[in-house]
Design a protein around this ligand. Structure first.
Ligand SMILES: Nc1nc2c(ncn2[C@@H]2O[C@H](COP(=O)(O)OP(=O)(O)O)[C@@H](O)[C@H]2O)c(=O)[nH]1
Ligand SMILES: [Mg+2]
Length: 252
């Protein structure tokens, strides 16, 4: 048997569905709750997709573009100010079949060191322990590429990726690059993304929007219209994480 699990996963995610279905589903996003700490988040029994990335990577703008809502995730001009985990429910007819989690951006220089460390800790605890977490979307400005903090995040989720957690590196602001620059950074990032999906995205030009919506839809509905159940957290993830995974890494 030559088919490995990642090949199988990419076969599944490439099966065509009507992009209007996926975009309509994304558009159902509505605010669920906000929490400053992990233990304040309610447990959910549907797949949860976390959006993470450096401050200013384009996270809020991407969430607003994918959900076709102007103000769902606040697209702040002052990066680093959104210091809560915000949950949004997805699903038609008010029936929640997935949740989007908007996590605080990291790497913003003007935040104090203690705040940075606190947020790295909250984020890593979330990524390692949150039981409903089924997929991670890592937003990355392709002009910076995957930074040290992005790599630390990928390292932190690797055990869960091996257990079925899905992840997508979303290269934002594609409109700032030429076609050939896009092709180049896409192939470099694919090499560094350790088996995750990689897509180019532009909120400005609406590039990649349908494709990403379809991918997320498939992740949450692997059996067609039947919703998925979340991937289990790893046993190691049960213990609280007291120190950031990158204690010696100066936050840029
Ligand atoms: N040109 C361009 N700018 C973008 C795009 N997405 C976001 N931006 C800009 O990048 C800045 C940071 O975006 P924001 O969504 O607030 O980033 P966040 O800190 O990751 O949530 C804002 O000035 C956005 O207008 C895009 O697709 N193209
Ligand atoms: Mg933001």
């Amino acid at each position: 048997m030559t088919t490995n699990s990642s090949e199988f996963a990419s076969c599944q995610t490439s099966a065509p569905i009507d992009p209007k279905l996926a975009m309509g589903w994304m558009h159902t996003a509505r605010f669920l709750t906000t929490a400053a700490q992990l233990h304040h988040l309610p447990p959910v029994d549907v797949p949860e997709i976390a959006f993470v990335g450096r401050s200013n990577a384009g996270k809020s703008t991407s969430i607003n573009t994918l959900t076709q809502q102007k103000q769902l995730a606040f697209a702040s001009k002052k990066p680093g100010r959104t210091q809560h985990i915000n949950l949004f429910a997805l699903g038609k007819q008010g029936v929640t079949d997935a949740v989007l989690a908007d996590l605080p951006g990291y790497g913003y220089a003007a935040v104090s060191r203690s705040d940075k460390e606190r947020w790295q800790r909250v984020m890593l605890n979330y990524l390692m322990q949150r039981e409903s977490l089924s997929a991670v979307v890592l937003l990355c400005d392709p002009r910076l590429g995957l930074t040290e903090l992005d790599e630390a995040l990928l390292d932190a989720i690797r055990p869960r990726v091996e257990q079925g957690l899905k992840f997508l590196v979303l290269l934002t602001k594609a409109d700032k690059l030429t076609r050939s620059e896009q092709a180049k950074i896409l192939s470099i990032t694919k090499l560094n993304a350790g088996g995750g999906e990689v897509r180019m995205f532009s909120a400005l030009k609406k590039q990649g929007v349908d494709d990403v919506a379809q991918l997320l839809w498939h992740w949450c509905h692997p059996d067609g219209l039947k919703p998925a159940t979340p991937a289990p957290a790893t046993p190691e993830a049960a213990a609280p994480v007291d120190t950031p995974a990158t204690p010696d890494t100066p936050v840029q």
